[in-house]
Write a protein that binds this ligand. Structure first.
Ligand code: ATP
Ligand code: MG
Length: 607
């Protein structure tokens, strides 16, 4: 392709809303343009890269025995109501009512639809296992679309779903997908780490996330130096405290007047204590979504009519205790409570504790009829003595001894890790390290969560009906593109891996008004085209300096520069975008040399 014929609108200015390199460079390099918050048009160069990524994904999925298909983006909401995920996805799901009054959603993902579709066709164990995939637009009305295409409202996802007749068969396919994902990211030339992950609203029994380590990532990965453990922060386990060693000698609890001193920092300053001696008391309640789900289940039971006999769900409180220097991990809390919970609002807190926000404490909480559970982090349980809120506005209590002044045993008490890992924590004795990253893919063992609810069953060898056991596997195509730029750029522009660059080779005609230069460049260009190299010829009649800047910006990995002086001596320059050194090559040998370099760059990715 010739640059002069192509739409590559490079710009100098960094857009004001672009905070991260990938967003800035995708706009500056003419790869994308913003249409509205979280929606982008892919211009020809950007679309070429997306297609290259999809090509790699497709080749690897096919090699793994998966079959490509395409599901509709418009999905009837009732499938989602059957699994309860219409509520879980909440406002993230784009919904619309059609002209006949039917409610639909725009696919944020497709577990429900594929389970329905495959469920209709699968009858016998003889058809299993089956692994189906698609690459299609997904829509999520993200609360905060940001970082360009890293978190957009519309993106291309490769989603696959496997169906099995036994847990062993799921295990086998899960392993194959895991290895396939490794190959996909290797071939795309992005470094990645694999971490254990929570299954979240997806459900199921196990999951791994593929994350590209980089400072601008929104995820936090927690790992040990020897590589034996890596998890994302939502999942990361921490060692419990060492035994505190016997009874506390603290005196009786004592109330202290702490007027308008509500936050941990303020209390510590006021009472001259340390955050690690504070007991943070957080009040959660059944989430509004969960309450709504209970209402909708209740409705379903009564044929669509709302017959609510009690509003017990609004009075379900969970009290979470963590040390003052720790934060509650809501994913761990969700697992501990067995349901989705949210922080109680001010009104609830006042009603439950009798005190203003900031003065809650665990004393007597287990006696309260609306409190379902007191969930105590082991690091609180191990405190010999601490300070906490007095359940009285403007008061705290000192000398609080866990187990003496509030319950550590009994039906309503759970002692369980419910906090985020922090600097200084260990796992199995090894110090935990932290790193930011971008989630580019995730694989899940789903079990029968979807197949049971949507009746995707098969007849087993004994003719008995069984729900299919399922797995699902997702990759964000646009996120791979953006992450490659996050980790591959310098102050001048993008540095693409060869495999996903819009073109493999760029020929820059330094002096477009010199006929000899133009014809030497054309000759090399033609030879590369004949040899199936993706080559772009910058034939524009503009200054060489501008072309070199653009070449750096769009980041094509192998560059051939054809200039008057070199051509007079029968030579051209070959250079890699990522390196400073140039190589002088005879005009006749230039194409061959460039092809060998391209092959070497691919070989690097195969290693
Ligand atoms: P996140 O936690 O970042 O919101 P997720 O866990 O909800 O992502 P999945 O449901 O696992 O995402 O979707 C599969 C893949 O789709 C993700 O691994 C990611 O690469 C991509 N993806 C998800 N949301 C977006 C988005 N808003 N923009 C671009 N890509 C996305
Ligand atoms: Mg995910």
């Amino acid at each position: 392709m010739k640059w002069s014929k192509m739409l590559i609108p490079t710009v100098k200015e960094v857009p004001a809303d672009a905070e991260v390199p990938s967003h800035q460079l995708m706009i500056r390099g003419g790869f994308i343009r913003k249409l509205a918050s979280g929606t982008y048009s892919y211009l020809p160069l950007g679309w070429r890269t997306l297609n290259k990524i999809m090509g790699i994904v497709r080749a690897e999925m096919d090699a793994a025995g998966a079959q490509e298909m395409l599901l509709p983006a418009v999905q009837p909401i009732d499938l989602w109501q059957r699994t309860g995920r219409d509520v879980d996805y909440g406002e993230t799901m784009c919904r619309f009512t059609d002209r006949h009054g039917r409610e639909n959603v725009l696919a944020p993902t497709a577990e429900e639809v594929i389970t329905y579709v495959a469920g209709c066709e699968i009858n016998s164990y003889k058809q299993l296992p089956l692994n189906l995939y698609q690459m299609s637009f997904k829509f999520r009305d993200e609360f905060r679309p940001r970082f360009g295409v890293l978190r957009s409202r519309e993106f291309i996802m490769k989603d696959s779903y496997s169906f099995h007749a036994s847990p062993e068969s799921l295990e086998e396919t899960y392993r194959i997908m895991y290895d396939t994902y490794k190959r996909i990211f290797e071939r795309c030339g992005v470094e990645y780490v694999i971490v254990e992950a929570e299954t979240g609203e997806m459900g199921g029994s196990g999951s791994h996330q593929f994350t590209v380590p980089c400072e601008t990532g929104e995820d936090v990965i927690v790992y040990t130096a020897d590589g034996s453990y890596a998890a994302n922060i939502e999942k990361a386990d921490v060692d419990g405290p060492k035994d505190s060693g016997g009874q506390s000698a603290a005196g009786a609890m004592a109330e202290v007047h702490t007027p308008q001193v509500g936050s941990i920092e303020a209390v510590c300053g006021f009472l001259k204590t340390k955050p690690e001696e504070m007991i943070k008391t957080l009040i959660y309640r059944t989430s509004a979504e969960n309450a709504a789900k209970q209402v909708s289940q209740e409705k379903a039971k009564h044929d669509g009519r709302l017959v609510i006999t009690s509003n017990a769900y609004v009075e379900n409180y969970y009290i979470a205790l963590v040390r003052g220097d720790h934060d509650v991990n809501e994913e761990k809390l969700r697992i501990a409570t067995g349901e989705s919970v949210c922080l109680a609002d001010e009104k609830d807190i006042i009603e439950l504790t009798g005190a203003a926000v900031g003065f809650a404490g665990p004393m007597q909480m287990t006696d309260h009829p609306y409190v379902v559970k007191l969930i105590v982090d082991p690091w609180v349980a191990a405190l010999p003595v601490g300070v906490t809120g007095a359940n009285k506005t403007d008061y705290h209590v000192k000398n609080v001894v866990p187990g003496r002044d509030f319950a550590l045993e009994g039906e309503k008490v759970i002692i369980r890790d419910i906090r985020n890992a922090v600097e200084g924590d260990t796992y199995k004795g090894q110090p935990l390290l932290f790193r930011r990253g971008i989630e580019v893919g995730q694989v899940f063992k789903l079990g029968t969560k979807y197949s049971a609810k949507l009746e995707a069953t098969y007849l087993d060898e004994n003719g008995k009906s069984q729900p299919c056991i399922m797995g699902c596997y997702g990759i964000g195509i646009n996120r791979i593109m953006a992450s490659a730029i996050e980790v591959g750029n310098d102050e001048n522009g993008v540095i693409w891996p060869i495999s996903i660059a819009p073109y493999e080779v760029l020929i820059t005609v330094a002096n477009a008004n010199d006929d000899e230069v133009t014809s030497a460049a054309e000759k090399i260009y033609q030879q590369l085209l004949d040899d199936d190299i993706d080559v772009l010829l910058d034939d524009r009649s503009i200054r060489g300096g501008v072309k070199f800047k653009d070449a750096d910006l769009v980041g094509i990995p192998v560059r051939i520069t054809v200039g008057s002086r070199g051509v007079a001596e029968g030579q051209v320059e070959i250079k890699l975008r990522r390196e400073a050194e140039k190589e002088l090559v005879a005009i006749d040998e230039a194409a061959g040399r460039a092809e060998r370099i391209v092959a070497e760059l691919y070989a690097e990715l195969e290693k």
